[in-house]
Ligand binder design. Structure first.
Ligand SMILES: Cc1ncc(COP(=O)(O)O)c(C=O)c1O
Length: 387
């Protein structure tokens, strides 16, 4: 079969591929500890599930407005206004099935072939994939271990050209767990205003921060007009399979987004949006407990990795990933990830799955029980000692 030429430019997310490979090994009877997949291992809080059942019983089962149910958009606007300390109106909020479509639709609406888009490397692989898909030039912004996986301002300045249309940032970050400081964001805001480009600020991990306070570029003067803020319920409320995300958009883009949605998924599921209101307005105890548990696991996995010869791991401030440096080991990071899966039954991702600057690193997700993390660390220690 002959495919459209554009399909050659569409990438993928290798977490799903490694997950499938690990599942295959499990089907053959092998015991696997999953540290590859990026989703909380907690159940969706029961008050959110109950709100969904109630909504279904009350008839929230049909189509609804393409950009989202007004009451949910209102709840999101209130939440973002409060957490980002800036006035957001409900008609600037767009609801999507998961946060991923915000990336896809924003680039489709904004970027022409020949435009340049700067994205973090290592970074969420979907950015580079979609930039290439829309025919733009993907310009990587290296994140550096020596500055806790932030970028160096001179690297950003060097990446900007007259064709730069968009900069994608992600804080707290996948895959490194790093986060951008107020000073970083200030520098970006100054450059965006001076050089006239937009920002896609991926804040899907905004609530999963263990030190400091989450800062958003949208709060900086003059930045609301040039920022698309992405957030959602997948990670914060353990709702990855519900598909519930949203974006805050500059007003002129809202109508364009609406047309893209009408032409593709029509709308986001009705009863999940009603449950999404309960998530934002109901008790936040489960989020607080989940974050405390993630922090405990982060400390355990970082400490454990740092006792293994040839592995060095910084302590990340957020998300639920660590990105240890494995450059001293005799295998490439891709070979090491394969070796750990086959030899030790521990599924991890190669740093190169997140871009060329991820070479020499692994990504481990600590969205798994402390007991499994300890067992995985022991298995890695034994496997590495045999190299
Ligand atoms: C950085 C980043 N952005 C966006 C997403 C997409 O989230 P969702 O599952 O809500 O589509 C993910 C999910 O892994 C992510 O890691």
């Amino acid at each position: 079969m002959k495919f459209a030429e554009r399909m050659n430019r569409l990438g993928t997310e290798s977490a799903f591929e490694v997950f499938a490979k690990a599942k295959n090994l499990e089907a053959q009877g092998k015991n696997i500890i999953h540290l590859e997949i990026g989703q909380p291992d907690f159940k969706t809080p029961i008050n959110i599930c109950e709100a969904a059942f109630e909504a279904m019983k009350n008839g929230y089962t049909g189509y609804n407005p393409a950009v989202g149910i007004w009451e949910f958009r209102q709840a999101i606007a209130e939440h973002i206004s409060e957490t980002r300390r800036i006035e957001i109106n409900p008609d600037e909020v767009i609801v999507t099935p998961g946060a991923k479509p915000i990336i896809f639709f924003a680039l489709l609406a904004l970027i022409d072939s020949g435009d340049e888009v700067i994205y973090p490397d290592p970074g969420f692989p979907i950015y580079e994939s979609v930039i290439n898909f829309v025919g733009a030039k993907a310009v990587p912004l290296p994140l550096r271990e020596e500055v806790d996986f932030r970028f160096r301002i001179e690297d950003l300045v060097a990446a900007i050209s007259d064709r730069t249309r968009l900069l994608i940032i992600n804080s707290p970050q996948n895959p490194t767990g790093g986060f951008l400081t107020k000073e970083d964001l200030e520098a970006i805001a100054n450059l965006a205003r001076d050089r006239d480009f937009y920002i896609l600020s991926d804040e899907i991990y905004s609530r999963l921060l263990y030190e400091g306070e989450h800062q958003s570029i949208i709060s900086f003067p003059g930045m609301k007009e040039r920022t698309i803020l992405l957030d959602g319920h997948s990670k914060t409320y353990a709702m990855t399979g519900w598909r519930l995300g949203y974006g805050i958009f500059p007003k002129p883009l809202v109508e364009e987004m609406e047309r893209l949605i009408i032409n593709s998924n029509s709308c986001t599921c009705s009863f999940t949006q009603i449950a999404g209101i309960e998530a934002l307005k109901g008790s936040q105890d489960s989020v607080i407990q989940m974050v405390a548990e993630f922090k405990r696991r982060r400390d355990a996995i970082v400490d454990g990795l740092n006792t293994i010869k040839g592995i060095h791991c910084r302590k990340p401030a957020g998300a639920f990933y660590v990105f240890p440096n494995v450059k001293q080991l005799p295998l490439s990071c891709g070979e090491l990830a394969d070796y750990l899966l086959e030899e030790a039954g521990v599924a991890v991702l190669s740093g190169t799955a997140f871009g060329k600057y991820g070479d020499g690193y692994l990504r481990l997700s600590y969205a798994n029980s402390l007991e499994n993390i300890q067992e995985a660390l022991e298995r890695i220690r034994i496997a590495v000692s045999k190299l």
